[in-house]
Structures are given as C-alpha cells and as structure tokens.
Design a protein around this ligand. Structure first.
Ligand code: EPU
Length: 417
C-alpha cells in the first residue's frame, strides 16, 4: 500500500507549473473517437484517470501514441464493443464514451461509471438527452444499452446545468441530423475546451460557455490538433497552498479568469495576490479573516475547491462557513481535519470552521481526490509528520504532485508499506 508522509511547517517558494486540465482531458480523449482521422491532443496530464481512458481506447481498437508533449489518437480501427465494468468503473469520465460511441455508431453498450464517492451522481440527465435525440435506453445489471435508428437534433432543457450531461449530449448530437439546442447548459471552461476540439474536427457548435449551446449536425469529422486548457482546480489547489504557507510562491500556466471565484474570496480573507496574465504570486498573510463561501456552477465557487479551501479557513480568524450545493457527500475530509485539531463542524450541507488553529499531524485517509488534496494541505501546515493513506485517489487527478511540492520546498514522500 502506498502512503504519503508529510513533515509539516515548511514555507514554500519558487515556481510550480500547472498541468493540463483533468476534467477537460477526460472528455477530449473520448471525443477524439468521433473523428475519422488522427487527432493530436497536447498538454494531456499524466494521471491515472487519463491512463484509464487510454486503456478503454485500446480495448476498443484505437491506436494511442504518446509523445513527450502530446498524444495521438488514431480511431479508424475502432470497433463498437461493450465497455465492461472493469474498465468503466475506473473513473467517472468513462461515461463520455457513451455520447461519443452513440454519436459515431448510433448505439453503445456500457456499464455504469466509477469516480469519487461524493454523492449519488446519477446520469439521468445524460440519458434524458440521448432519448431526446431519438435513442432508446435499456438498463440491465447496471449496464446501459443505448440505441437509435437515427439521431435527430432536438431541444433539450437540463434540469441542472450538469457538466457531464452537457458534454455527453454535445458528443451524441454532433453528427445527428438537424440542430440540437441545449438549454441550461453548463458553462464551465471545460465545456468550451471540448466544443473547440469538436469544432476543430469540423463540428458546428456555437454558444459553448453560455447557457444555450447550439449544435448543427455534420456528416463527418476530421482529424485536428488541439490543446488542453490549464487545470483550474489544480491551479486553485496550489494557490490555496500558497495562501496557507507560501512565500512568493509563483503558480504559472493559469488562466486567472478561471480561478476568479477563488482569488476574490482569498483576497476578501486578506491574502495578497500578484495576478499576472498567466501566472500568480501568492504569499501567506499574517492576518487572515473568516469568510463565507457557497459552491455553485461556473462562474461560481467550484465544489472541487471547497475541500482544499476548508484547510485554509482553519488559519483564518473567526467563524467561516462553506455551503456545498452540488454534492450531498463532499465533507468526508472533515473528520480527519477534526482529528488534526481543527474546530470544524458539519450541519447538513454546511461546515463551520472556527480559527485560527495550529493543526497537528495525524494518520488520515484520502477518501476522494479533493479530500486528499485538502489533507495534503493540512499536512503541509501541521506540526509533525502526517501520514495519508488511499493515495491512489490523489494520483487520479494531480500530475506529479509529489515532485511539484518537493520542488517548492515541501517535505513530502511517497512510501510503500
Ligand atoms: N446530476 C444529476 N443527474 C445527472 C448529472 C448530474 O442529478 O444526470 C447531479 C450530480 O449528482 C451532482 C450535480 O448534478 O449533484 C453536478 O453534476 P455534474 O454532472 O455537473 O458533475 P460531473 O460531470 O459528474 C464534473 C467533474 C467533477 C466536478 C463537477 C462539477 C468530471 C469528470 N468531473 O462531474 O469533478 O465536481 O463536474 O463541476 O469532469 C473532481 O474533479 O474532483 C470532480 C469531482
């Protein structure tokens, strides 16, 4: 079993470079199979989630070549085979093969996706979208058979602006006959990144990044070159690390607008940020004050950063609150922070954090990806040696996190026990 050991208390400085976005890359990779020709994607992060998608691509018969800067996906030999649970369960984003295979072949058979246990995470809105496009859906033993005689454009209203459903419907609709309109679409930057790839392949998508996306179906898609945007959640994690224990910590390869909901909250708490065009310098401030945060869809405060932020709030003077509105079960890191000495209470979907508190190292578990990130931050500022187990959750989403943290002065090691 792998564990992480962190000796807390170091001040971190130097430069950390943000990788390509996990949540973009995991949609771009399945999207590439819609092309009839080779697709090259650069800046794909080397994380276990992208590796799991390459496995699915290879299982389906695609050629995947990795170069130092990019991956090349050659989809012309793909076979529309059932994707078994052993592959789909490895990650949430395996569900993008549903939209991509349905869009390419008019049918798909695959088992329910995996991913972090942070709530029920149904896929009813994805299925509703496929049905609106003319597909029928059968569910057997947690596997879905989605079939359409012909996919036809439709008007689809999403009850919730779901990232996954918006992308999956775009993938299924891109080659459908006629025009599809998605209303109350998700507006996250990852949606724009996927729409840009599809448009580079010859699709006709407008409105990505707004709540109404229009997709005019095309008959074929061609190869292209595309770049993954910087990971705004990884960027946000390092910005929070800088706010907790940084001294002129420079975070580069960021799009400041993508992390504005975080940076404005940190500034409200008293953090001084030097914001450049594609980088940011963060230093821990002496006097930090409590703030109130509510998670929302983009451009609101991202749910994926509330767990890391909660650790920062243990360092602020007064009573902070975080209300989680996206997932029902995203406070699994709280008992461990409590164990480390934080004054933190959960009531329904809100945590109250009273600070400042000196955290004390302990043995903790990374129950999910962002809980793991939060516990790393806690370990970095705690007194003593923190041990984190279930490290595999963290490696699903943060490229070279140990190397990156070590390079800016953290005392963090991976150990096999
Ligand atoms: N929802 C439904 N029905 C659906 C789809 C979603 O009820 O058909 C609900 C979910 O249960 C959840 C909410 O809507 O309560 C939001 O779900 P959404 O579909 O937007 O999320 P997702 O596509 O499953 C992606 C990211 C998550 C990120 C969310 C929100 C990927 C692979 N995952 O998930 O990332 O939290 O959007 O921004 O893109 C992470 O990176 O740690 C992570 C969990």
């Amino acid at each position: 079993m792998k564990i992480l050991e962190i000796e807390g208390g170091n001040t971190l400085s130097g430069t950390v470079r943000v990788s390509g976005s996990k949540n973009s890359a995991v949609a771009l990779i399945p999207a590439a199979i819609l092309s009839d020709e080779e697709v090259t994607i650069c800046n794909v992060p080397e994380i276990t989630d992208t590796k799991a998608l390459y496995e699915i691509l290879k299982y389906l018969g695609a050629d995947v070549t990795k170069n130092s800067e990019s991956i090349v996906i050659e989809p012309s030999h793909i076979e529309n085979k059932e994707i078994p649970a052993r592959l789909s369960k490895k990650l949430r984003a395996s569900y993008y093969f549903m939209g991509a295979l349905l869009g390419k072949y008019g049918s798909v058979k695959m088992c329910f996706p995996g991913g972090c246990s942070i709530g029920a995470r149904p896929i009813n809105l994805h299925l509703k979208g496929f049905e609106a496009l003319g597909a029928t859906i059968k569910e057997e033993d947690n596997c879905y058979i989605v079939e359409a005689k012909e996919l036809c454009g439709a008007n689809i209203y999403l009850d919730f602006a779901s990232v996954g459903a918006t992308i999956n419907i775009m993938l299924a609709a891109v080659k459908a006959k006629g025009t599809t309109v998605i209303d109350n679409a998700a507006k996250e930057p990852e949606i724009v990144n996927v729409a840009t790839l599809l448009n580079n392949m010859g699709a006709k998508i407008t409105g990505a990044g707004t709540s109404t996306i229009k997709i005019r179906g095309v008959s074929s898609l061609k190869g292209c070159f595309h770049e993954v945007i910087p990971d705004r959640i990884e960027a946000g994690t390092y910005i929070i690390i800088g706010a907790c224990c940084g001294d002129h910590l420079k975070i580069e390869n960021i799009i400041p607008e993508h992390v504005e909901s975080l940076t404005s909250k940190l500034q409200e708490a008293g953090v001084k940020l030097e914001i450049g065009t594609d980088s940011m310098i963060v230093t821990r401030a002496d006097h930090l004050k409590a703030i109130q945060v509510k998670t929302q869809t983009y451009p609101g405060f991202p749910t994926d950063l509330q767990q890391p932020l909660s650790v920062f709030l243990t360092q602020c003077q007064g009573k902070s609150k975080i209300e989680e509105t996206i997932y029902e079960n995203r406070f699994m890191h709280v008992p461990y922070l409590h164990q480390m000495g934080a004054d933190i209470r959960t009531k329904n979907q809100t945590v109250t954090i009273i600070g400042p508190t000196q955290l004390i190292a302990d043995e903790v578990v990374a129950t999910d990806l962002r809980a793991g990130a939060a516990l790393i931050i806690a370990g970095l500022i705690a007194r003593g040696k923190t041990q984190i187990t279930s490290v595999e959750h963290i490696l699903r989403g943060y490229e070279q996190i140990i190397e990156k943290l070590t390079s800016i002065g953290a005392n963090i090691k991976e150990r096999e026990i």
